[in-house]
Design a binder for this molecule. Sequence first.
Ligand SMILES: C[S@@+](CC[C@H](N)C(=O)[O-])C[C@H]1O[C@@H](n2cnc3c(N)ncnc32)[C@H](O)[C@@H]1O
Length: 282
Amino acid sequence: MNDSIPELQSDDIKSMGLYHHLDRVGNEVRELGRIDGEPLLADELTAFDQLHYNGTEAVDEAVLATGINQRSSVLEVGSGIGGPARRLASTTGAAVTALELQADHHQMAAYLTERCGLADRVTHVCGDVLNHRFGEERFDVIVSWLALYHIPRRGLLLERFRSLLPEGGFVYVEDLCERDGFDAEEREALSSELFAKHLPDIDLYGHEFIEAGFDVVRCDDMTADWTAFTSSRLEDYLNQSERHLRVHGEAVFETMRTFYSTMVAHFSSGKLGGLRLVARRT
Ligand SMILES: C[S@@+](CC[C@H](N)C(=O)[O-])C[C@H]1O[C@@H](n2cnc3c(N)ncnc32)[C@H](O)[C@@H]1O
């Protein structure tokens, strides 16, 4: 392994509230009313296992944009608790490798996938995309939702993407970006509250892919959509506070309320943006 490749940052990333309380996932599964180990359907989990914006719609968008089908092999980078990977596998039959940095999220993801009967199509792997050993493995498509902004060293990341794809292979990414210059204090807050390590503006984002040997097929500005999404997510959460306090208790409720409010504040400031990029390896 190259000595200069950074070590895993799975503890540092816990500075972000979204990653504090994995128990909320267990609480939601219990709320479905199943006894331990009883089979689950991937569709039953989508209200809480999609840790990005617009839920399964955003995953279905990737299928449309890249032509993922039952013969495809797909790598998801930063797969969280496995929601998008299960959606991809259950709707298309593709073979999905779901790579996740945080061990607790990885374990929960594998547990849920097993209970959904999808372990033959989704392989969960715990590791850092910057130094994970893929060996001879190659993929037709790489997908990622709200994970790449956590990862420093974009040059190295895209070099890895390129080496994992054939010529013409697709990358589909949904990610945060910068819209209007952050000052030093804001950068510090983003680095801790969101564990933001790479936030170029939308033009530079595409440019970095081109420089790394990709054609950018599409790069959509999602800011207005995600500003509206995060506002109604907070409103819905507060409207259902009684339910959430009953299911999760005070600590989870407060953490999630604070996290959702933080995202509303960042998007409403006009400085944080979002994008959806589709690229092909040249
Ligand atoms: C906001 S979550 C989104 C999870 C999933 N993509 C989804 O939409 O449900 C981003 C995930 O990326 C993971 N991640 C961050 N840096 C990573 C890295 N270097 N390698 C692999 N996963 C990483 C985080 O641990 C986190 O679970």
